[in-house]
Design a binder for this molecule. Structure first.
Ligand SMILES: Cc1cc2nc3c(=O)[nH]c(=O)nc-3n(C[C@H](O)[C@H](O)[C@H](O)COP(=O)(O)O)c2cc1C
Length: 356
């Protein structure tokens, strides 16, 4: 089994290891550049960034590495309003009060920056453009390819993978249900996402597309890399493993919650953003459940919980933060640099291969 795979030549990287773009500031330019400098592919999570902030972060990455890197964008339908907004804010009053804050009087911020961000990625010649929640347009694919740039889309079903291949992306990240953070599922009819287990999803996607497949969801170490290769994937994408990296800006209370968690700690919730995401169960999630509060649609729920999450961060209260995490959390190690993580995964993978 070869660890130098098709995605290594496609993306011009040494190792088939991608650090997931994680929107919300965790994937600092330092983290992205460190992963790329280590021979993997670092990804900036630009989902919540403005176009200017996206350009700024790209330039900061470039100051730190001359290796290829990726930027991940949200290709998502932005609901403009939800008639239950005031009612849900009222239901959340005990939490606002506990944190000593008031609900925002502003209109929810629902601007969709995707098109402008995509233009910036082309202008800045970002080597790998990644989308989640949907595929880029045909025109965007053509423009990216015209500049020699690669495209990747997150998928959670075979149907989505086929759709992504059809539009012309160069690889798909198949995200299994174990994954931390948001489900990349395109259509959200059931408000839970697809959640097919990684072990079941990868070979089925591999059998139905001819572009490289990257496995994601619960993969934490070299054993996971070898397993993903055995299932036919050309590489792995990891989010949770990088949250406690030295270069990650995850809040200290969040990093501690991750270290204190185990494989039973997470569940899928729409409580924080309105879209399903896997997170460590906490007080905020329990409060919504106990009080039978049905979260608003995305991104309105994300907007109304923003102050709660920000206050929780200021006050070091993990109970009110969105503690995104996958199910492999006993395998998190604290205090490693991104370089150490990438090198460790490769050396473990080599050992695992020789044992098999
Ligand atoms: C904190 C966090 C934030 C995430 N944010 C994004 C994101 O902005 N865009 C995206 O495509 N995936 C995002 N994901 C999902 C990852 O792309 C990936 O599918 C997932 O981390 C893989 O599972 P793992 O966490 O078990 O490694 C996020 C994951 C985490 C843990």
């Amino acid at each position: 089994m070869n660890l130098r795979t098709e995605i290594c030549s496609l993306f011009a990287i040494e190792y088939p290891i991608i650090q997931a773009g994680m929107a919300g500031g965790i994937t600092t330019p330092e983290l992205v550049a460190a992963v790329s400098n280590a021979g993997g592919l670092g990804t900036l999570g630009a989902g919540y960034l403005t176009p200017d902030a996206t350009r700024d972060a790209i330039r900061k990455i470039r100051e730190r590495t001359d290796r290829p890197f990726s930027v991940n964008l949200f290709r998502v339908k932005m609901e403009k309003e939800d008639s239950r907004t005031t009612a849900v804010q009222e239901n959340l009053m005990p939490i606002y009060e506990e944190l000593g804050i008031s609900p925002s009087a502003e209109q929810p911020e629902v601007t969709d920056h995707y098109e402008k961000q995509f233009d910036i990625l082309i202008e800045e010649k970002v080597p790998v453009i990644s989308t989640t929640f949907g595929v880029p347009t045909q025109n965007q694919v053509n423009r990216a390819h015209g500049q020699g740039l690669n495209l990747v889309t997150m998928v959670t079903t075979v149907k989505e993978a086929i759709k992504a291949e059809k539009v012309g992306v160069d690889a798909v990240v198949a995200q299994g249900g174990e994954a931390g953070g948001h489900r990349g599922t395109f259509e959200m009819e059931n408000r839970r996402g697809a959640n097919i287990g990684t072990l079941a999803l990868i070979p089925q996607v591999v059998d139905h597309v001819s572009i490289p497949v990257i496995a994601a969801g619960g993969i934490m170490d070299g054993r996971g890399l070898v397993a993903a290769r055995a299932l036919g994937a050309d590489g792995i994408q990891l989010g949770t493993r990088f949250l406690n990296a030295v270069e990650s800006s995850a809040d200290p209370a969040y990093k501690k919650a991750l270290l204190d968690s185990d494989e039973e700690s997470t569940e899928i919730t729409t409580a924080f953003s309105g879209r399903p995401a896997r997170a460590i169960r906490n007080r905020f999630m329990e409060f919504l459940k106990l009080n039978e509060i049905e979260p608003l649609t995305y991104p309105i729920q994300n907007f109304i919980t923003k102050e709660i999450r920000a206050a929780a961060k200021r006050q070091g209260k993990a109970g009110y933060m969105s503690l995104w995490s996958g199910q492999g959390n006993r395998l998190i190690k604290n205090g490693q640099t991104a370089d150490e993580i990438v090198k460790e995964i490769i050396s473990e993978a080599k050992k695992t291969k020789s044992k098999l």
